[in-house]
Write a protein of this length. Structure first.
Ligand SMILES: NC(=O)c1ccc[n+]([C@@H]2O[C@H](COP(=O)([O-])OP(=O)(O)OC[C@H]3O[C@@H](n4cnc5c(N)ncnc54)[C@H](O)[C@@H]3O)[C@@H](O)[C@H]2O)c1
Ligand SMILES: [Zn+2]
Length: 384
């Protein structure tokens, strides 16, 4: 088993990474000295596969778990679901010492974390992430929350879990498209922080796509280490944590303009990272060779690097970028790459440079024409 420590004073916790971890979850939770009662929150897709094993593991370790199941997908991250879950937590008589287990992808993690942050003014929670995106990104760092009609993630908190248990075995059942979308965040860590990780993925991406256990363990652990280091320096995103948003200002805008659900988040930020890498070439001198490697790697793992925009959508893309949280006083701040493995944040980029970079990435693309639609509510702005 691999373990990564997230160092945040009295809010510190471990991320544990191994196949089969769900079967040991009860024992892992027992070390945390939590009360006996707990609620497992999951969605129908994940629940039918893994809820029983999680339930049994907790029960065997002496806990009294109850199960709360929500619908899969982004619409579950709503105040309506929060209300229904609060009612169920009350029925199950969760107390101050009780805890919540978030079993699922980023949607379940964000929702269950928000419930934990607010129910009884805060009870403990444990993340059991089951998507690649959740294992390398959303389960670590303590951002929890739900969406409003006015935008994504507009209600939430910074609230750290007590443990993150990444069971690599759960990734076996993850749909291929979701797995590739998670790889966009993995590649991001290479670009922003770790040239060696980037090179490793360039060499070993076929193994990664086959989800080879050793390769997965190494990559998930390295990504968690990087996120833990960045969050350890800046828990609430006042400064350096901003580097995690590399490619996200444009990616979020693409998600909003193309209609939520058309692109998965990872797909949109793959395109966003390519655009911002081009911007990096003109503004901070990212070498041409690095730009090419970035584009090639996204393509090799089957992620889109261009998007088809209809006439009139370009201004909407700019408008959506200005709604992004990173915008301060109307100025869009970008994280730019000096080279693979090193970025700088807080760059103000002239609109003409953004336009020029978009010219390369927003012409016709087969991918956008064929990408299946996911059912999600239309939301005008994003905050992540
Ligand atoms: N808190 C953060 O720091 C942070 C960071 C990034 C993203 N997010 C949030 O994460 C959410 C997206 O998360 P996601 O990409 O994990 O999506 P998701 O939670 O919707 O999961 C994707 C799909 O895969 C299914 N699934 C999950 N695990 C599975 C498994 N092991 N086998 C089979 N099916 C499985 C789910 O039921 C769902 O249908 C967004 O709401 C986003 O805002 C949060
Ligand atoms: Zn992201």
């Amino acid at each position: 088993m691999r373990a990564v420590h997230v160092s945040l004073g009295n809010r510190s916790y471990d991320i544990k990474i191994a196949p089969g971890l769900i079967d040991r979850l009860g024992r892992e939770c027992a070390r945390l000295k939590l009360g006996p009662r707990c609620a497992i929150i999951t969605d129908t897709n994940v629940g039918k596969r893994y809820a029983k094993a999680v339930f049994n593991s907790l029960a065997t370790a002496g806990f009294s778990p109850s199960l709360i199941i929500v619908q899969p997908g982004e619409p579950a991250k709503s105040l309506k679901t929060v209300q229904s879950c609060y009612d169920q937590l009350a029925v199950h008589r969760l107390e101050r010492k009780s805890f919540i287990v978030a079993l699922g992808g980023g949607v379940v993690g964000d929702l269950a974390g928000f419930l934990a942050a607010t129910y009884l003014r805060g009870i403990a929670f444990v993340q059991v992430p089951t998507t690649l995106l959740a294992q390398v990104d959303s389960s670590v760092g303590g951002k929890v929350g739900v969406n409003l009609n006015a935008g994504k993630n507009l209600v939430g908190a910074f609230y750290q879990p007590r443990l993150v248990a990444c069971d690599l075995g759960t990734l076996k059942t993850l749909p291929d498209r979701e797995f590739r979308a998670g790889l966009a965040e993995v590649i991001k860590y290479g670009i922003i922080y770790d040239a060696k990780l980037f090179r490793q993925i360039e060499g070993d991406f076929p193994k990664l796509l086959k989800r080879e256990p050793k390769m997965l363990a190494a990559v998930v652990a390295r990504c968690c280490e990087i996120k833990a280091e960045v969050v350890g320096k800046d828990e609430t995103e006042g400064g350096p944590r901003a580097i995690l948003n590399f490619g996200h200002t444009i990616g979020h805008a693409i998600e909003a303009v193309s209609g939520y659900g058309r692109f998965l988040h990872g797909e949109a930020i793959a395109i966003g990272q390519v655009v911002v890498a081009r911007i990096s070439s003109s503004v901070v001198g990212l070498p041409e060779r690095d730009l090419e490697r970035i584009i090639r790697l996204f393509r090799r793992v089957g992620l889109p690097t261009t998007v088809r925009l209809r006439a009139g959508q370009r201004p909407k893309l700019f408008a959506a970028m200005r709604l992004d949280k990173k915008v301060k006083g109307g100025e869009i701040n970008f994280v730019l790459a000096k080279k693979i493995g090193r970025v700088e944040y807080g760059h103000k980029v002239p609109a003409a440079v953004i336009e020029e970079a978009l010219n390369h990435s927003t012409f016709a693309s087969n991918y956008s024409a064929t990408a299946p639609k996911r059912s999600e509510g239309g939301q005008p702005s994003t905050l992540n």
